[in-house]
Design a protein around this ligand. Structure first.
Ligand code: SF4
Length: 519
């Protein structure tokens, strides 16, 4: 089944406390689903990370530990007491342990094995991966393969392996409307029937199922993304060439094409898509305001600086960079707010969440942008993200910082070219140029915090986006088209060695100062 990505699910999301989409939001989602699989809060939880993966270096700095605990407590990342995870676990009588092990081979750089003992002494061993930008995949429960990604309503029926022949699968599936897929997964011990739907399951149908003797346990899993995947929804285009053709043949602007895309994928109407994007812009705006105020403390290495930078541009000691004076200050502020646990929109990741706000809100006054322009610009950034995400999951742990800061800068460059009146070709060319400028950038966060060099790179990524948009509007020839630059970036990312992908073996994080800081 071809799975088309949604602008809101895979690119302009999640809405989460910082600092990281793949290390904060995704772990929270994985363990929230674990809570639903086992049917409540466990009494014991052991969360193991492969020593060869990225979690061992980052799980404290990027608050993955708090995220895992909160999810197991049945809390979503946006619940207000995120930082009280250990305290709340104690109150609920949940013992929790984190261990670094070398006896399971991680499928990705950010993988966890979660062993849970329920209050009824049942044992569950669940394998889950953070797959970038807040997306995740739970791929094994008690030795049984599953494929849980949170973008469908999902039902798990735990059955006796020997009783599976007695179950009439067709009659079970026939009860539900809008089924995307179903799978019968059998391990040595159990059988799990996994049913995914584009609509919520009805209580009556679930009650009827509980009368089936061979079904021992039913787990109903929430939709964790804004858009429910629907296999019947097909997009109007799914490539750079397709979008250019669609815009030209239908006389559509890049933003109109982006709305049409998300309407088709989500099944929402145009107004619903617009309103969802407008809400994202409001959340971004709040993070901009809070970031510039800087009334918060940051755990880790840095202190809030955006306000000082803002004030500096009122002095006479700087070279005027035009709108970038404000744009880089905003990018810094949003990243600092994210690091203080403020709620951000990952655009497309927590580590790159300052760049698009910097470009949109930095350009707002100089270009006299309306609220609708900001929403339209965000949608253009989003559709560029979709067209670069098929093989790329915006995960520094998988592809290096080129896939986080580089992709965000590319999306922002395209959005700015559009807001400057650029046509669809200029939008893609600006996006191509910004990504070219980030090719090969490694992921090397000092001490596992999303601070150094991440905040500085959000400033430079914002600047590169602006340079790229202006250069292309001036007629600069980027030569290599956007889709080929994306392919080259993904290919390079796959071949980068682990020490260049967040595992603390090279780059800024191994400098003498960095090592002293984390001692
Ligand atoms: S170095 Fe880049 S990819 Fe790595 S954590 Fe920082 S922002 Fe993310």
């Amino acid at each position: 089944m071809n799975k088309y990505f949604s602008i809101f699910n895979q690119v302009l999301s999640p809405i989460t406390p910082g600092p990281s989409s793949s290390n904060t939001s995704a772990p929270a989602r994985i363990s929230y689903i674990c809570n639903q699989i086992i049917g409540g809060i466990p009494k014991q939880a052991v969360i193991e990370f492969s020593k060869d993966g990225a979690f061992p270096a980052t799980y404290i700095g990027m608050k993955s530990d708090l995220a895992f605990i909160n999810g197991l407590l049945g809390k979503l990342p946006t619940d207000s007491d995120f930082d009280k995870a250990y305290e709340n676990a104690k109150k609920e009588g949940m013992q929790v342990k984190f261990e670094i092990v070398n006896d399971f081979k991680a499928e990705s750089m950010e993988a966890a094995r979660i062993t849970l003992i329920t209050k009824n002494d049942e044992k569950f061993i669940i394998l889950g991966d953070s797959t970038g930008g807040g997306t995740f995949r739970i791929h094994e429960i008690n030795g049984c393969n599953v494929d849980i990604t949170g973008d469908s309503y999902t039902l798990l029926l735990f059955c006796d392996k020997d009783g599976i022949d007695e179950i009439n699968i067709k009659s079970i599936i026939g009860r539900f409307n809008n089924i995307n897929s179903y799978n019968i997964n059998i391990s040595d011990d159990i059988c799990i029937i996994e049913i995914k739907s584009a609509s919520p399951f009805k209580k009556k149908d679930l009650d009827d199922l509980s009368n089936e003797k061979t079904i021992k346990k039913i787990s109903v899993l929430d939709l964790l993304h804004p858009v429910a995947f629907n296999k019947n929804n097909k997009p109007p285009f799914y490539s750079m060439e397709g979008m250019i053709k669609y815009c030209k043949e239908n006389n559509k602007s890049p933003s109109e094409a982006a709305y049409d895309y998300e309407v088709a994928i989500s099944g929402w109407n145009r107004n619903e898509v617009y309103e969802y994007a407008r809400n994202l812009v409001s959340i971004i705006e709040k993070s901009v305001v809070e970031g510039l105020e800087g009334n918060f403390t940051i755990q880790g290495i840095v202190k809030p600086h955006a306000k000082n930078i803002d004030n500096f541009f009122d002095t006479s000691r700087f070279i005027d960079m035009g709108f970038l004076n404000k744009a880089i200050t905003i990018a810094t502020g949003v990243m600092e707010y994210s690091n203080a646990g403020g709620t951000i929109v990952c655009l497309p990741t927590g580590g790159s969440s300052g760049i698009i706000p910097g470009i949109l809100f930095g350009a707002k006054d100089p270009l006299n942008l309306t609220d609708q322009d900001l929403v339209d610009g965000l949608m253009v950034a989003g559709i560029l993200g979709v067209l670069m995400s098929e093989d790329n999951n915006f995960n520094g742990g998988e592809y290096g910082c080129q896939a986080e800061v580089g992709c965000s800068s590319s999306m922002a460059a395209g959005a700015l070219a559009y807001l400057l009146g650029g046509d669809i070709q200029q939008v893609f060319d600006a996006a191509s140029m910004a990504l070219q400028c980030h090719m090969g950038l490694l992921c090397d966060p000092v001490g596992g915090y999303v601070q150094v060099p991440c905040i500085a790179r959000n400033m430079s990524g914002t600047s590169i986006a602006a340079v790229s948009a202006n250069a292309v509007m001036a007629g600069f020839d980027v030569v290599v088209p956007f889709n080929e630059v994306v392919e080259a970036m993904v290919d390079l990312g796959k071949r980068l060695p682990p020490h260049m992908k967040g595992c603390q073996g090279s780059g800024i994080c191994i400098s003498k100062t960095a090592k002293n800081l984390v001692k």
